[in-house]
Design a protein around this ligand. Structure first.
Ligand code: NAD
Length: 344
């Protein structure tokens, strides 16, 4: 089988996840690692000493041997990097969101779709075995007709000022994943919704958001996303999963970032199944990307269009929650207390 050469740009948490998956795969050779930070380059060198290390992304783009680049910086410089990579004829694996403004994302999407190159964006749920299985169960008729998709993703996650500023507050930065999941299950476009938020600790942006509404095909949804979930609790906990109701049966899924538990309540099949959460599924993404390069068929990869739609809709929902005068609950002193607690 053919081996492809990859160059990675941006070695933060996501860059290293991708780097480890490329190293573990027999379909890829890591040719370049690029970051502005010496310490991160050194860390990468310990994992893959044979690669070329650089602070200048044009080194990767100018090398005709590099097939694909993985762009794992923050969103503010992603459009510039993606446009340069496309102009150099490189296929791209990009982190989400692809730009730091919605008009910027639509504009970049046009360039991507006109390029004829393979571009996938890491909306990682689309690489998850458990969503594939649940969707196959639904397609087999076990729950009757799909009616309701209810999603919760609530964790004691990134606090205000802790990072990811170009990606916005949690309902955009993280919530876009779940806006995408609901749309993927519904197989339809968003039609109408009502969004509410809480400006937790009196921060200016809502840190807890709940949206409910309907898709054009009538499928009804609820999404609750929050990075305010008991940050000061003695025993930390999370509330992540979904519930899919049909006219005859249902499926529930929950996970704790280690194990996924699926409860199937179909008309013929009742089963509880457990399996590994599998982190950000970058291992699946890199294998599927190599297969797409082999065949030219990118249909199993999360597309830039799906990412842009999710980003745009989640931003509209967040804006709407902000406009609805989300109440300020709690104090900035509590926020400082939590930041100090997390530091230690
Ligand atoms: N798909 C997911 O589930 C998921 C999860 C977490 C983060 N993300 C996304 O991944 C992206 C990266 O997040 P992170 O937490 O790894 O960020 P990070 O800030 O830790 O890492 C970004 C890296 O990019 C480097 N960088 C900046 N400018 C550069 C340049 N010109 N050339 C080379 N390197 C440059 C920085 O030095 C840094 O090491 C974000 O867009 C974030 O939203 C996605």
């Amino acid at each position: 089988m053919k081996t492809y050469k990859i160059g990675l740009i941006g070695m933060g948490g996501m860059g290293f996840r991708f780097l480890n998956s490329f190293i573990a795969s027999d379909r890829w050779e890591v040719a370049y690692v690029c970051d502005l930070n010496d310490e991160r380059l050194q860390r990468a060198k310990e994992l893959i000493p044979t690669a070329t290390f650089t602070k200048d992304y044009t080194d990767l783009l100018n090398d005709p041997e590099v097939d694909t680049v993985a762009i794992c910086t923050l969103a503010d410089i992603r459009p510039m990097l993606m446009k340069a990579a496309l102009a150099a004829g490189k296929h791209i694996i990009a982190e989400k969101p692809i730009a730091d403004s919605i008009p910027g994302e639509w504009e970049l999407l046009k360039t991507i779709e006109d390029s004829g190159l393979i571009v996938a964006v890491n909306i990682f749920n689309r690489n998850a075995w458990y969503h594939d299985e649940i969707q196959a169960f639904i397609a087999s008729g076990e729950i009757g007709q799909l009616a309701v998709v209810n999603i919760s993703h609530q964790t004691p996650g990134l606090m205000p000022t802790e990072g990811h500023n170009p990606e916005g507050p949690p309902f955009h930065d993280c919530g876009m994943h779940y806006v995408d999941v609901a749309r993927w299950y519904a197989g339809s476009e968003y039609k109408q919704w009502h969004a509410q938020g809480v400006r937790m600790w009196s921060w200016d942006d809502p840190w807890w958001v709940n949206v409910h509404g309907q898709f054009e095909n009538g499928v009804t949804f609820g999404i609750t996303q929050s990075f305010a979930y008991g940050q000061m609790a003695k025993e930390k906990t999370i509330h992540c999963g979904l519930e899919i109701l049909g006219t005859q049966g249902l499926v529930r899924m929950r996970h704790d970032f280690k194990t996924v538990t699926i409860e199937y309540h179909g008309v013929n099949k009742s089963e509880t199944k457990q399996g590994p959460y599998g982190n950000k599924k970058t291992d699946v993404m890199v294998e599927r990307f190599a297969q797409a390069l082999d065949t030219g068929d990118a249909s199993r990869l999360p597309s830039a269009r799906d990412s842009v739609v999710a980003s745009a809709v989640s931003q509209e929902m967040l804006d709407s929650a902000s406009r609805e005068n989300s109440p300020r609950i709690g104090t900035r002193e509590e926020l400082d207390l939590i930041l100090a607690h997390r530091k230690h």
